[in-house]
Design a protein around this ligand. Structure first.
Ligand code: HEM
Length: 524
């Protein structure tokens, strides 16, 4: 049937009116919602915060994607107080009492999923422990936890020693070429360690002085994720956003998952072979032929209570993503503050050089007994908390008491850790890098708030979903700092005053180059 010109015009006008009505209704609803967000009717109306942030999630999402959200949260706490509203449905707390109420309550508050790569429909691997729902998480954590105990770390010590020594010998060579970018060197070292521990792979980052494509890929994914997740927060589905991701990135992703899965499969096949060949048939002996986290995990699994191969792969990938960049950031920040504070550097150098006659004496056990070294790392995690913004939790529908107030259901809640670490409210002379504050005779120094230093901050979070790698991270950090200071004298190249200020936090940190001049230690 032929359509007349008049009919076509009517249809076009009708469509136009429908669209205009639709857009007007949506805009009207949006305006109403925005007005409601800042009205006295909103359940969070009594919590202060900048008008735009209370009205819409856009400012928080924008700054999250730019990597400077932590700075804005800090500024909002400075301007508006201890508990602030950083989005229509989100609060940030700074009262230390709120830590366990958010991160260690019974039952657990649900963890939000907006900070990690979303599980799309075509996900190649199951979720890892960091995103798993609580019930599943408990099982994953029970099966992987033993691989991160002090006794397990002692077993993988040869790997940590090997790469720390390699870092020192490579730096000895490179130091004659001029100042070195320690952000790179430390990333290379920690990636070499974690590649060996998590996937039994030699990444050869230190040897080739470059990042291995896998950790590079994971870091780039995390940065893109910080942006994509903001769209997901506004109701977009990951599969709608996928076409926006360049084809070569998708190919990298495919390649990454294939090679990671192959690596784990090879490692598991070797385990089976070694287990069969083992003279005594003892699984314990087989697992420990080459010390790594997979071997330690497998040793703990019994009968039906096991991780599937895909779960081992997913969690190994998580450990690569979370285990190297975190510790290397802590180490970069520690070196930066040491170089900026010569009296602290001198005291720590004396502690290390007076204790150890030769570098072979520097063991994980020995460095765990050095008070000033330990205090220096604690102080570094105070002034530059690697987890500046720990994943928010959501209050249950019936509400939840935090810091003496009933917080309405469905509210996102988190702690302003960056603000707390730098606040005169909690720490005397908070801007100074002063490890001495952690060295009280019996207890740690008491801050203005009346709490000892280690009660204010939780750099590794707390509760059942805290950092599984805390002991490993601290062992690595102490070992690397002790060996670097034993071998070298160090000096910053120029002031680099903006180094901290220029850092960006997505899910992990992106740091500016940290240029340091190294000279072999003067032992006269
Ligand atoms: C200075 C170094 C580190 C810091 C400050 C740190 C901090 C944290 C924090 C705050 C969390 C909780 C995240 C959340 O609630 O979303 C976490 C989780 C986690 N971290 Fe670390 N981390 C460090 C090093 C490591 C290392 C070396 C590893 C492994 C080798 C590791 C593996 C993990 C894993 C697997 C989780 C998830 C735990 C779970 O969900 O049960 N981290 N980390």
């Amino acid at each position: 049937m032929a359509v007349s010109v008049d009919d076509a015009i009517d249809l076009a006008i009708f469509s136009f009116v429908i669209w205009i009505s639709f857009i007007s209704v949506c805009t009207g609803l949006l305006v109403l919602k925005t007005l409601y967000n800042v009205s006295p009717l909103h359940p969070l109306c009594k919590y202060p915060g900048p008008l735009l942030w209370r009205a819409s999630r856009l400012p928080a999402s924008y700054h999250h994607a730019r990597g400077d959200l932590y700075k804005y949260i800090t500024a909002i706490h400075s301007d508006y107080g201890a508990t602030v509203r950083i989005a229509p449905d989100e609060l940030s707390f700074t009262s230390p009492e709120a830590w366990p109420q958010i991160y260690n309550s019974r039952p657990q508050l649900q963890k939000t999923q907006f900070h990690f790569p979303p599980q799309d429909e075509e996900a190649r691997l199951p979720g890892s422990m960091i995103t798993a729902p609580d019930t599943e998480h408990a099982r994953l954590r029970r099966l992987t936890g033993p691989a991160f105990l002090n006794s397990s770390i002692a077993e993988v010590e040869p790997v940590l020693q090997h790469y720390t020594d390699l870092l020192c010998s490579q730096l000895t060579e490179a130091s004659s070429e001029g100042p070195q970018n320690m952000v790179d060197w430390l990333l290379w070292t920690l990636n070499d360690v974690i590649g060996q521990l998590a996937l039994d792979q030699e990444f050869l980052c230190l040897e080739k002085r470059r990042m291995h494509p896998w950790p590079s890929f994971l870091l780039s994914v995390l940065k893109t994720t910080a942006t994509l997740n903001q769209f997901v927060r506004f109701g977009f589905r990951m599969k709608w956003l996928a076409p926006l991701i360049p084809k070569d990135k998708m190919a990298d992703r495919e390649n990454f998952f294939n090679t990671a899965t192959d690596a784990v499969n090879q490692r598991l096949a070797r385990e089976k072979e070694e287990s069969t060949n083992s003279e005594a048939g003892s699984k314990k002996n087989a697992s420990m032929k080459r010390p790594d986290i997979i071997g330690l995990m497998l040793r703990e699994m019994k009968g039906w209570d096991r991780l599937t191969d895909a779960e081992i792969t997913a969690n190994s990938v998580l450990i690569i993503g979370g285990g190297a960049e975190t510790t290397s950031t802590c180490l970069s920040a520690t070196l930066y503050h040491l170089c900026k504070t010569p009296q602290v550097m001198a005291r720590l150098r004396s502690e290390i050089r007076d204790t150890f006659v030769s570098p072979e004496d520097i063991t994980i056990k020995a460095v765990s007994n050095m008070p000033y070294l330990k205090a220096t790392i604690d102080e570094s995690l105070r002034i530059f908390p690697v987890a500046s913004f720990i994943t928010p939790r959501v209050t249950p529908p019936a509400g939840h008491v935090i810091d003496g107030e009933v917080i309405p259901g469905g509210t996102y809640v988190s702690m302003g850790q960056w603000f707390m670490g730098r606040s005169e409210r909690f720490f005397h002379r908070a801007k100074e890098f002063r490890p001495e504050r952690w060295l009280g005779p019996e207890v740690k120094e008491e801050g203005p708030y009346g709490l000892s230093t280690d009660e204010v901050l939780r750099p590794f979070s707390l509760g059942p979903r805290n950092c599984i790698g805390k002991l490993l991270a601290l062992a690595e950090a102490r070992l690397v700092i002790a060996k670097l200071l034993w071998h070298f004298d160090m000096e910053l190249e120029g002031g680099q005053d903006d180094w901290v200020d220029n850092a960006r936090f997505y899910i992990l940190w992106e740091l500016q180059p940290l240029m340091i001049k190294f000279t072999p230690a003067n032992r006269s």
